[in-house]
Unconditional design. Structure first.
Length: 351
């Protein structure tokens, strides 16, 4: 990790308390401690004001969740489905301003920046992973490890232990996101793959789209992503082998979550998507997805084809890097469970 100063992430009191518990920071900008206290105070004040507006809104019981390990193609699948229309999904400006977004409304301009880990773009008003809102709202997100990599393994263990509570602030955030219209709620976060028991309890009619990618490629891509993100946001240096320990544990936990999904979730609730199939023929995959979730117009072949063509033309697909599957038990196990999930939840896309 470089010696440059970290980009600051300010959020709720629980997040600030967690950061302070780490002791004196190593890469924080000058005056960070004072700004942390000030931003935290404003965050909580704004959140209480905002909560009065959104708490009475109904929480939809039938959202669609995009699941899968980090760097498995969840982002591009999210963007493709959202581009088909008929969805409400968290936006970047909402996820990074969760205490004020329902007070201020959307920004007038839509800027975009390059993602830290690849050539993908992040747009202000584009669809975004709601895990960033989870982090800033003070919920126990694994992305706390981006701020303090010394506690990355600890943050991961809390995620896949299932001991994150009801995540009430996250639920309230989703009330705010979904209250603006009648469109169906679409959510994407790799972390949600580990929260299936909670999600199924809160959203009894939810459907899930789980995208899987070759584990060797996922491992190589995750090493690049987490290092890049920590270089951008970490206030401390990442200890040697901490990231590798985290990823080994994460692959084990993902295998356990996928195994439970195969055993417990009925096929009508889950659709399996292969990353390679999405790369090879995104139109065919997207048609299958829209039929699975019974999207408006999905039963009309002409409407479906037009919708899919427009979405594929609007969302760029970046080719992944090929990699071998290392002979590691924790990778081989996930590869084996992915085959079982493919068999149960359908992986072929024939029109």
């Amino acid at each position: 990790m470089t010696e440059s100063r970290a980009r600051e992430l300010h959020g709720a009191r629980d997040l600030a308390d967690w950061i302070r518990a780490g002791g004196r920071t190593k890469r924080a900008p000058l005056g960070y401690s004072m700004r942390l206290r000030w931003h935290t105070r404003l965050f909580e004040l704004n959140w209480r004001t905002q909560l009065a507006r959104i708490a009475s809104s109904a929480l939809p019981d039938n959202p669609v969740f995009i699941l899968g390990f980090w760097r498995s193609g969840t982002t591009v699948l999210h963007e493709l489905i959202n581009a088909c229309g008929g969805w409400v999904t968290p936006r970047t400006w909402q996820c990074f301003n969760p205490s004020t977004c329902f007070l201020t409304g959307p920004p007038r301009s839509d800027r975009s920046v390059t993602r830290p880990m690849d050539e993908g773009r992040i747009a202000t008003q584009g669809p975004q992973e709601d895990e960033f809102a989870v982090l800033l709202l003070g919920e126990p997100s694994v992305y706390r490890g981006l701020i303090d990599p010394r506690r990355l393994v600890e943050s991961g263990e809390l995620l896949w232990s299932g001991n994150q509570g009801s995540m009430s602030r996250w639920q309230d955030f989703l009330r705010g996101v979904s209250r603006t219209g009648a469109d169906r709620l679409l959510l994407k976060s790799p972390s949600h793959s580990f929260r299936l028991p909670l999600i199924r309890q809160v959203f009894p009619r939810a459907q899930f789209i789980w995208i899987g990618r070759h584990p060797g490629e996922v491992l190589a891509s995750n090493l690049r992503m987490w290092r890049s993100m920590m270089s951008t946001y970490a206030l401390w240096e990442c200890p040697a082998d901490e990231l590798e320990r985290f990823l080994r544990a994460a692959f084990h936990a993902c295998s356990t979550a996928l195994e439970a999904c195969v055993a417990d979730v009925p096929p009508e609730r889950v659709l399996w998507v292969d990353y390679d199939a999405l790369q090879l023929d995104p139109s065919a995959v997207l048609r299958q997805v829209l039929r699975f979730v019974r999207a408006p117009g999905a039963t009309d072949p002409d409407v479906l084809q037009s919708t899919v063509q427009s979405a594929v033309a609007a969302v760029p697909l970046h080719r992944g890097t090929r990699a071998e599957l290392p002979n590691e038990e924790w990778l081989v196990r996930l590869d084996r469970l992915m085959r079982a999930a493919r068999e149960r939840f359908g992986a072929t896309f024939r029109d």
